[in-house]
Design a protein around this ligand. Structure first.
Ligand code: DX5
Ligand code: ZN
Length: 223
C-alpha cells in the first residue's frame, strides 16, 4: 500500500493541530516531521517538544526525518517524544550501522536517507537492517524546492538493488521507499511508477485547500 506522509514544515504553525487533524481525517497514513540542526543543513526547524505535543493529540504514524549531524545523540529523546520511525542521513553519521542498531534497540522503525548526490549503492550493506530508504529529491534543508529529475533513475536503481540483495523488490521484510522534496500533483504518479511507495509532500498539501490537496494525492497514489 502506498502512503502519503505530509510534511508539517509547510504547515501554519499557528494552526498546527487543526491542520494535522485535517490531513489525518482525509486519510493520510503518516505525518512527516523534518528536524534541522543548522549544521547538516543550513536551516533550523523544530525538535522534541513540538513532536511530543503532536504525539499527545494524534494517533498518526509519526515519520521523523532527522537532518542533523550525529543523530545517534538524540535517538532516545525522539523515541520518548513519540516517533514511530526515525530516519537518519547516511552522510550525517560517522557510524551508520551503530546508529541504525541504536534506533532499532530503542524500539522504533528505522530509515536511512541519501542526499541527491549520494549513490544508492552505499545502502547495500544496510538494506537487510532497515524499514525504509528515503531518497531525497531536493537538497535537504528547505521546503518548496524544485523536484530533481534524476530521482526517477535513482528509484529504479534502488528497487533493482533490493531485488539483487534481498531477493524481492517489495513485500514483507523489504524496506519501504520514500521520496521527499518537490513532489506535487503533477509528478506524484511518475514518482510512484518509478518505485516510491511513501510520498512526502509539504507545500503541495499545506498551501491552499489542505483537505482537497490531501484527497487528490491519495486518489492518485492509491490507483
Ligand atoms: C526538505 C524536507 C522536506 C520538505 C518537503 O529538506 O526534508 O520534507 O518539507 O517540502 P516540499 O514538498 O515543499 O518540497
Ligand atoms: Zn523531510
Amino acid at each position: 500500500m502506498n502512503w502519503l506522509s505530509p510534511s508539517i514544515l509547510a504547515a501554519d504553525f499557528n494552526r498546527l493541530g487543526e491542520q494535522i487533524k485535517c490531513v489525518r481525517d482525509c486519510g493520510a497514513q503518516a505525518l512527516h516531521f523534518d528536524v534541522m540542526d543548522g549544521l547538516f543543513v543550513p536551516s533550523i526547524s523544530f525538535g522534541m517538544p513540538v513532536l511530543a505535543s503532536i504525539r499527545k493529540e494524534t494517533d498518526m504514524f509519526l515519520d521523523v526525518h532527522l537532518m542533523i549531524r550525529e543523530p545517534i545523540r538524540y535517538i532516545n529523546e525522539f523515541v520518548e517524544s513519540g516517533a514511530n520511525l526515525i530516519t537518519v542521513h547516511y552522510e550525517a553519521c560517522s557510524d551508520v550501522l551503530q546508529t541504525v542498531t541504536a534506533i532499532r534497540a530503542a524500539g522504533v522503525k528505522v530509515g536511512i536517507s541519501i542526499r541527491p548526490e549520494t549513490p544508492v549503492s552505499v545502502l547495500r550493506p544496510f538494506l537487510n537492517k532497515i524499514d525504509l530508504v528515503l531518497v531525497m529529491s531536493v537538497n535537504p534543508g528547505f521546503g518548496g524546492q524544485k523536484f530533481m529529475e534524476g530521482t526517477y533513475d535513482k528509484l529504479r536503481e534502488l528497487r533493482a538493488l533490493m531485488k539483487e540483495t534481498l531477493g524481492a523488490e517489495r513485500g514483507e521484510g523489504i524496506p519501504r521507499v520514500e521520496v521527499d522534496g518537490g513532489i506535487n500533483l503533477e509528478n506524484v504518479a511518475s514518482v510512484v511508477e518509478a518505485g516510491a511507495d511513501t510520498i512526502v509532500t509539504g507545500s503541495a498539501v499545506f498551501r491552499g485547500d489542505i483537505a482537497d490537496n490531501t484527497k487528490r494525492f491519495l486518489e492518485i497514489i492509491s490507483r
